[in-house]
Design a protein around this ligand. Structure first.
Ligand code: SIN
Ligand code: CO
Length: 392
């Protein structure tokens, strides 16, 4: 089955466990009415406004169908840039829209069946009729939700399809693309694609598409970060050693015994190390590919002051750019926040990973035991005490 109908109980058209077992990272799936009666939380004008912001990552792709020429421009844009465009064959794409728009972020809990640290961002594209970014392949899983209007998606499920790119275009466009499937998506329909599936989506009339993109660090990235992390902790005195070697026979030879020794030494340093894998990974994944970092609070807050503000009814609001994850540590948790780690009760770690503002009553339940963690998060710029509200 490559096409399913969602139901009120199953937005993926099946239980999440079945989707994960049969489709996730393996096969594409078109889910009709995944978001039933979907109304876009964002308008094309909102997206255009965001693309004019200095710190938003935006791109404009235009295509001339007659000459098959593509142009790619990066933002920030000016309103006049859009006014100068034709009414067809262009697409505006903005990355990380979930960090800028709370209503877009509110769509994310639907993907709670996946570890939240696997989710990268919500990219939103607005295209005029014929607008597209061309046929391409992504390295990450993506859920493409149709927000407004219609988009015709074509995909190629052939694992042996050629993957050569055009050299005349800045975009990584496929030279050849022979679709095996084609659908017209309506608002609320969603196409899931695992990494490596060639796809091509063309707007039929004005069209808004939400891409929920996953993150998968390359093994090369993980290895070099982990090795660096281990290396920083190894003492200078731990060095290449070769007690008990046989006399050298031929000048300059690096023999099998030496290679074996090197291999054992390196593997031992990575596996028997005093640096638990979980501590490294939590810190690595919560700072991986972060487009913006939290700015530490200018004037640090004291535990007493924070306690006073919570007592007065202040909520704790999240910095949308801060990433949270946690891992078990005995009966507690190690909470990872944008590369830093804090020991705290599991309940607090789970609650913070939900990323919804904590009202004063909720915060109080974690006090006084966790006040120091909350103070660190506030001073690091990851949480901010909001306006005092009346206690409920
Ligand atoms: C788009 O929204 O136009 C492109 C999204 C994608 O292909 O990943
Ligand atoms: Co894509």
């Amino acid at each position: 089955m490559i096409e399913v109908q969602a139901s009120p109980k199953h937005f993926l058209g099946m239980p999440a466990a079945r989707f994960l077992r049969e489709y996730w990272q393996q096969k594409p799936l078109l889910i009709r009415k995944a978001f039933a009666n979907f109304t876009s939380p964002l308008s094309p004008d909102d997206l255009g406004g965001l693309a004019c912001e200095d710190h938003a990552l935006s791109r404009l792709v235009t295509h001339d169908p007659d000459s098959d020429q593509w142009t790619l421009r990066s933002g920030p844009f000016e309103e006049s840039d859009f006014a100068a465009l034709q009414d067809s064959n262009w697409t505006l794409l903005v990355q990380d829209v979930d960090k800028w728009d709370a209503d877009v972020a509110a769509l994310l809990p639907r993907f709670g069946f996946l570890p939240s640290w696997r989710l990268d961002d919500v990219m939103v594209s607005y295209a005029e009729d014929g607008g597209s970014v061309g046929a391409h392949v992504d390295q990450y899983d993506v859920f493409l939700l149709q927000g407004l209007g219609h988009r015709r998606w074509q995909i190629d499920t052939d694992p042996n399809a050629p993957k050569r790119f055009r050299e005349d275009v800045e975009l990584r466009l496929l030279r050849e693309f022979t679709p095996s499937h084609e659908w017209l998506l309506e608002p609320g329909d969603m196409l899931y694609l695992p990494p490596g599936i060639a796809h091509h989506g063309v707007a039929e009339g004005p069209c808004l598409t939400f891409s929920f993109g996953m993150r998968a660090p390359s093994v090369a990235e993980m290895l070099s970060d982990f090795a660096g992390h281990v290396a920083e902790r190894l003492p200078e005195e731990l060095r290449y050693s070769d007690a008990g070697i046989a006399p050298a026979k031929l000048a300059g030879e690096i023999d099998e015994a030496a290679l074996e020794k090197i291999s054992q030494t390196l593997l031992a340093s990575l596996t028997e190390n005093a640096v638990p894998l979980r501590g490294w990974f939590g810190s690595f994944i919560t700072r991986y590919r972060a487009a913006h970092e939290a700015v530490p609070r200018e004037k640090p807050i004291s535990a007493r002051e924070l306690q006073r503000r919570i007592d007065a009814g202040a909520s704790l609001e999240f910095n949308p750019w801060s990433r949270f994850a946690w891992s078990r540590e005995g009966r507690d948790a190690i909470l990872f926040v944008s590369g830093e780690s804090h020991r705290c009760p599991r309940k607090l770690a789970v609650r913070l990973c939900q990323r919804e503002a904590l009202d004063a009553v909720e915060s109080m339940a974690f006090l006084p035991a966790s006040i120091n963690v909350l103070v660190d998060l506030v001073n690091g710029g990851h949480l901010a005490p909001g306006r005092a509200r009346r206690k409920t």
